[in-house]
Design a protein. Structure first.
Length: 185
């Protein structure tokens, strides 16, 4: 890895991709010494159901361009996001697809993982925590790369969600992290 590391979280409006990327950025900038982060986002005019993506760029030095040109980590939650955003994945990147909504993943020169992100959120009783399950999976990758520790991401989640949802979100993060640990060695 060079100093720059690009992350994209993509899905549809209502899946919390913007919050997920914001948490990844804040966990790096506020809880990881020597790592800068910037977050950007794009979404369709529909509040729920429209295309949505959010990106985070990490760098140990100044960040001169805030968008992901060739993501090193992609978390893709819908087939539409897959079709729209996988084309620019960096060679050797890590791509995590939700195995429920992504039915036709492309062949990529990357480490590809199909994880039951939506299924795990539903099993926890609320599909609204899809983004937190995805953050757990991302935490496994970022820890493996030596970038951001899982505890930093989890702490940022706990500071970012309302008190009555802290336990649900923490459980969702743990579920995603534990599932990712089974396959991402």
């Amino acid at each position: 890895m060079g100093d720059r590391y690009e992350i994209r979280v993509a899905g549809s409006g209502g899946q919390g991709v913007i919050l997920a990327a914001r948490i990844l950025g804040e966990a790096a900038a506020l809880r990881t010494e020597g790592l800068n982060a910037v977050q950007s986002q794009a979404y369709g005019p529909e509040a729920r159901g429209g295309a949505s993506k959010s990106e985070v760029v990490y760098d140990r030095g100044p960040i001169d361009y805030p968008k992901a040109a060739h993501p090193d980590l992609q978390i893709i939650l819908t087939q539409k996001a897959c079709d729209s955003y996988c084309h620019d994945t960096n060679k050797g990147a890590t791509v995590i697809f939700d195995d429920f909504f992504v039915t036709t993943p492309p062949k990529l020169d990357a480490e590809v993982y199909m994880l039951p992100i939506v299924k795990m959120a539903r099993e926890l009783g609320n599909e609204i925590v899809v983004n937190m399950v995805a953050l757990g999976a991302a935490a496994r990758v970022l820890d493996k790369k030596g970038l951001v520790k899982p505890d930093a991401i989890k702490q940022q989640i706990l500071e970012s969600v309302p008190a009555k949802f802290k336990e649900l979100n923490a459980n969702a993060f743990d579920a995603g992290y534990n599932e990712a640990c089974k396959v991402i060695k």
